[in-house]
Design a protein around this ligand. Sequence first.
Ligand code: AVJ
Length: 312
Amino acid sequence: MTDTFAKDVLSGLTAEKKYLSSKYFYDDNGSRIFQEIMNMPEYYLTDSEFEILSMQSKQIIDALKFSEPFNIIELGAGDGFKTFKLLEYLVNQNIDFKYVPIDISQEAIDILTNRLKQRLPSLNIRPKVGDYFEILKVNKESNYPSLLLFLGSNIGNYKQERAVELLELFNENMKNGDKLLIGMDLKKNPIIIHNAYYDKHGITKRFNLNLLLRINRELDADFKIDDFDFYCHYNPDTGEVKSYIVSLRNQKVTIKKLNKTFDFGYNELIWTELSKKYDLLEIKQLANMANFKLNNNFLDCKHLFADSLWEK
Ligand code: AVJ
């Protein structure tokens, strides 16, 4: 794990245009900061998706047209807060299903499992820790239909080609008739998006700079984080939020684990994250590119966010 981290940091910081992958944001500290982001009123994504999954659980389940029993497999379940309402609906309706939350973090899965066992004691839950794809392979052998959940606009972190690759991989591990409910953030008034990412509390800045602290700790480096700042920009033409770390001076940073010293110029950027926003046409195109058929789009009342239901 640390080894691929070291390799990725090396390639990112030796590139002509420096970059670091946002997938490394989520160490224990970073996950905690992301919780703070989700609690900010400006970060509308969480509330919008929560509204969809709580107010439209019946419509979503009806749209599946599944026979019972069936499986619900959640990829990157995290603390599962948003999914709770959907699960609660199913349990209250006495619908026969098995819930399989998958996450890379044992801690997140333990918290989720304990909470669900308390709040929904009759829920049939089979938590799994690890890589999605190893676990998804088993889905093909199930005799029952499956709904995959990939929520929270996580797909937005991928450039189009990589997003298609990832979705094709999901598709290959699904049976005909299986469904995918995928959370996608919608294009909207750019000011709303700006305020969600370039937040006035500085939480997203801390989220980004935490990555430098992680490199200091795990790769024995000497980033002085006061000499770096954060910038992000939403381009309404492309629907892309791009986030950067900015070097505030000409400076050298040594990463002992890489045996290397890196130069950062005055105002040099390190690109850290892409958060892509979609319109409904792009959602349909993405579904088709990855060999899915789009069944329904479920939107919150303000039309800020979509949970899109796709069928293999
Ligand atoms: C967890 C990838 C959906 O891109 O909106 C939040 C992460 N980055 N604020 C997103 C994030 C800055 C988030 N995702």
